[in-house]
Design a protein around this ligand. Structure first.
Ligand code: PXP
Length: 242
């Protein structure tokens, strides 16, 4: 089975917002990524609008030719926006105003009714919903209960591990939960903190269908260009699956 790459273009918008300019354009970036092997374009419309803006979501939906994966908090405001824009996929993520980036998975266990309700609304609008969770059985079971068909396993703890033992421990948690989730009928995606150094082992997991990668691709693009940076990581993912 193949493996798909979703390129997260948030940080193109971060660079633009840092100066309040009209460049660099997330739209131009998305089109380049699509030309270079991206199978979807991922973006996070945050409550504080620190990078992606409402108009970016609207224009991107019109221009991209692959599919849009909109990451968002499970709020009424975001459900309303998604229901209007109709991205192909929505990934529900936790959101805290003070965080630098999404720091952990969504705690579905403690808000099963709310997440079920949001899943139903989005699915009624013909949007595929994925739930971004830590690799924990209780969260995988809760995701299944909510009626979501897809989970995205949070790879941040694996990516941030400071030694080999810890990294292996985190990898094993992801491995076990990818296999379990697949067995109970969930599609398994993964992402966060993935780089050309640590993506191979995750891409090698046969149950993983899609990886969403942003920061490292955009950072690497500064030196080698966005097309090469996208192609490079996609090729690495495909090599892992051979
Ligand atoms: N997947 C999810 C659910 C995310 O929230 C993010 C960050 O927005 C990513 C993947 C991409 O993470 P990174 O930018 O670290 O590659």
């Amino acid at each position: 089975m193949s493996i798909y790459l979703g390129v997260n273009i948030d940080h193109i918008a971060t660079l633009r917002q840092a100066r309040g300019t009209i460049y660099p354009s997330p739209i131009e970036a998305a089109l380049l990524c699509e030309k270079s092997g991206a199978d979807s374009i991922t973006l996070h419309l945050r409550e504080d609008r620190r990078h992606i803006q409402d108009n970016d979501v609207k224009v991107l939906k019109e221009k991209i030719t692959t599919k849009m994966n909109l990451e968002m908090a499970a709020t009424d405001e975001m459900v309303e926006i998604a229901s209007k824009i109709k991205p192909e996929d929505c990934c529900l993520v936790p959101e805290k105003r003070e965080e630098l980036t999404t720091e952990g998975g969504l705690d579905i266990v403690s808000q099963i009714n709310r997440i079920t309700n949001v899943c139903n609304k989005l699915q009624d609008a013909n949007i595929k919903v994925s739930l971004f969770i830590d690799a924990e059985k209780s969260q995988v079971d809760a995701a299944k209960k909510c009626g979501a068909k897809i989970i995205e396993l949070h790879t941040g703890h694996y990516a941030n591990a400071t030694n080999k033992e810890q990294q292996l421990l985190e990898l094993n948690k992801i491995k076990t939960m990818a296999s379990y989730a697949n067995k109970i009928g969930l599609q398994v995606n993964a992402g966060h903190g993935l780089t050309i150094e640590n993506t191979y082992a995750i891409a090698k997991l046969p149950e993983v269908v899609e990886l969403n990668i942003g920061h490292s691709i955009i950072a690497r693009a500064v030196f080698i260009g966005l097309e090469k940076a996208t192609r490079e990581i996609k090729n690495l993912m495909l090599t892992a699956r051979k």
